[in-house]
Design a protein around this ligand. Structure first.
Ligand SMILES: *Cc1c(COP(=O)(O)O)cnc(C)c1O
Length: 234
């Protein structure tokens, strides 16, 4: 067991190092570092460590299971900016997660869209559409070719506010291959921005995890989702 303070110090140190890295990458890409928000993915860690990330200034906390979110929520420090749900979401848990999460980044089916839209009241539920850019059969997400039609249908779900796209790349690709997929995501997000409507206001591109966030930032990510780089020993 580590002392409370050493947990906080270690997390603070990692968060600061990653923030510096993000700033450097933004500079390299000619981007304003304020365009990129670090999400701490806290699915691996306990409440205390999650709160250490909030105390370190992280503005978005990401969780991938309904149960974990439910258990941690009452104990989270009030300074947490936003809670995002990033895991595969079963329709029967949609209502519960909608009541807890500020934004659900893993919208991957119309059935789920319908359940979330019904669960939401005013204001609408903020969501992002998960895109399976690598067409990986083991992953969920909307096929990139089906995205325009998917979004067209979402216009009818008035309980939803669609804010962006999220993706998880297939594992084990080279940096060049990662960058190519991220660049395809950026192109998709620019294409659909031209079709913004009342409840579709695309402004986020959530892409990049511990192994590939550098390439994601170079290609236009606005949210990078980091778990192991912040919390696990490397
Ligand atoms: C776990 C997870 C992450 C973080 O993964 P790391 O490789 O540990 O940074 C990011 N996004 C999603 C959707 C996840 O499930």
């Amino acid at each position: 067991m580590m002392e409370r303070s050493s947990v906080s110090n270690r997390v603070l140190d990692r968060v600061q190092r990653v923030q510096e890295e993000i700033a450097t990458l933004c500079q390299r890409a000619g981007r304003d570092p304020r365009e990129v928000t670090l999400m701490a993915v806290t699915k691996y860690v306990d409440l205390e460590t999650t709160n250490a990330a909030i105390a370190a200034g992280v503005r978005i906390i990401g969780e991938s299971r309904e149960q974990t979110l439910r258990e941690k929520l009452p104990g989270l420090l009030p300074g947490a900016g936003e809670l995002h749900f990033i895991g595969h979401l079963q329709t029967n848990k949609a209502k519960s997660v909608a009541a807890m999460a500020d934004c659900i980044e893993s919208l991957d089916s119309l059935r789920l869209a319908e359940a979330l839209s019904q669960a939401a009241g005013e204001p609408p539920q903020r969501v992002m559409v998960e895109v399976n850019i690598g067409r990986d059969q083991n992953k969920s997400g909307v096929d990139p070719d089906a995205l325009p039609e998917f979004l067209e249908t979402l216009r009818g779900y008035r309980g939803l506010l669609v804010e962006g796209l999220m993706t998880i790349l297939p594992i084990g690709l080279s940096k060049v291959e990662n960058q190519r997929y991220f660049s395809q995501m950026k192109r998709l997000s620019v294409d659909i921005q031209g079709k913004n409507s009342d409840n579709i206001i695309i402004r986020h591109l959530s892409m990049g995890m511990s192994e590939d966030y550098r390439e994601a930032i170079l290609e236009g990510a606005t949210i990078v989702r980091l778990g192991s780089a912040l919390f696990l020993d490397q």
